[in-house]
Ligand binder design. Sequence first.
Ligand SMILES: [Zn+2]
Length: 138
Amino acid sequence: MADVHSKKVRSYNMSRIKGKDTKPEILVRKFLHSKGFRFRLHAKNLPGKPDIVLPKYKTVIFVHGCFWHGHKGCKYFVVPKTRTEWWLNKINTNIANDKKKEKALKLSGWKVVHVWECGLKADKRYKILGSLILKLAC
Ligand SMILES: [Zn+2]
């Protein structure tokens, strides 16, 4: 049975998850850098190796792909019609892991901020990144 579409989607999504330096993440990094924030990347000594770590603000930032991390109510989170169960299982595991990591980080006194990929689309970016700065400031 040909399953061309889902194969295509799958390999696209795989390529997204494998690459650490995904576009949305780079966008956030560049923005923070331009505002004078200094950070570390993929800190291995922290739970879940957060994408961006701002030690000065005791804050970690996860840049989440809406599909892989099951962004609730987001138009980019669409479960493929083929192998639906497999996908849901995979995504639910990711969500559970995210929650675990977040809890562990908070317990060690870190502030956890999520930036969703959809918030970085050109029309929303300015607002979302602006509120990110506010979160860091308080
Ligand atoms: Zn989203």
